[in-house]
Design a protein around this ligand. Structure first.
Ligand code: NDP
Length: 280
């Protein structure tokens, strides 16, 4: 049987270019569905971003992911922004629709989808979130859009935490408040506790400085850290009897949403997860 050599390209602009787990995950998805696409990592310097976007159109890429440092700057070069992008102010996924570039943000959507797949409906839930950086912002906006009732933000930098709480209060129906993070604080009353900081990402073996005795068995505890999947934060939460969900599941869910946006096909979640787990 002949081969179709008209491979479609997707890719990621940003850093790092080596060992990006998303490549492994997306290539596994293309292979599983037998579609002749490629997912490439492309190192783009901030000063070359405009040219990279011109190249993206010229070379008919189906779309790209964007990593730090391009997630905000990239908005200058797209034609349209999805609702969540307008609220979050950053994009991690662009779709090329016949030359028209549409920006999405799948980080928070992957988080919400991961919960949904584990039988958790966010409607009316109270969330406590450690961190107020990019991942937290995406998660807070999507949880608010998914009808969460209350968000308590806990962050070291007061300015960032207050700014995110104001955004949620001003732009959504969800209520948000901010607590400054000094020392091992108690987890506020909540249904879902989330570590949305970068604490615990390999090779860092730390966990967020909270009073772990304030975690209760009724809580669902989620980490955004994908590597290692089973972080010290999650292990300590399990010791308190809480149900835990890892950042690897969230990463696969956000990748699956990107896959569907680019290809129009449902992503083979199991194959994607197996491929990424084999790399850990
Ligand atoms: P940012 O740099 O934007 O934010 C980092 C956050 O962590 C800030 O709130 C920062 O607080 C806080 N923080 C870092 N170190 C400490 C510390 N020692 N004590 C207290 N707070 C600390 O990063 P991102 O939000 O973009 O990414 C965060 C993590 O989320 C990364 O590890 C990334 O891998 C992961 N991620 C996972 C995804 C997934 O699909 N699983 C998707 C996207 C991200 P401050 O504001 O005070 O500096």
């Amino acid at each position: 049987m002949g081969r179709n050599y008209r491979a479609q390209l997707t890719g990621v602009f940003g850093y790092p270019v080596d060992e990006n787990p998303t490549v492994v995950m997306q290539q596994a998805a293309f292979k599983e569905l037998g579609i002749d696409w490629r997912y490439l990592t492309i190192l783009v310097k901030p000063s070359d971003l405009a040219d990279a976007f011109r190249g993206l159109r010229a070379m008919n890429f189906a779309g790209i992911n964007l990593t730090v440092p391009h997630k905000i700057e990239a908005l200058k070069y797209v034609d349209e922004q999805a609702l969540e992008v307008r609220l979050i102010g950053a994009t991690n996924t662009v779709v090329n629709q016949n030359g028209r570039l549409i920006a999405y943000n799948t980080d928070g959507k992957g988080f919400v989808e991961g919960l949904r797949m584990n039988g958790v409906d966010l409607k009316g839930k109270r969330l406590a979130i450690l961190g107020a950086g990019g991942a937290s912002r995406a998660i807070c906006v999507e949880c608010a859009l998914a009808s969460a009732a209350e968000l308590t933000l806990i962050n070291r930098s007061v300015e960032k935490g207050e700014k995110l709480a104001s955004l949620i209060n001003e732009k959504t129906d969800c209520r948000a408040s901010f607590i400054g993070w000094e020392g091992a604080i108690d987890v506020p009353p909540c249904d879902i506790l989330i570590n949305a900081t970068s604490i615990g990402l390999y090779p860092d073996e730390n966990c967020p400085d909270i009073n772990y005795d304030s975690i209760t068995p009724e809580m669902i505890v989620q980490d955004v850290i994908p590597n290692p999947a089973d972080t010290l934060f999650l292990r300590r939460a399990r010791e308190r009897g809480a149900k835990t969900l890892d950042g690897l599941g969230m990463l696969v869910c956000q990748g699956a949403i990107g896959f569907k946006l680019w290809t129009g096909l449902d992503a083979p979640l199991d194959a994607m997860k197996r491929a990424i787990e084999a790399e850990q």
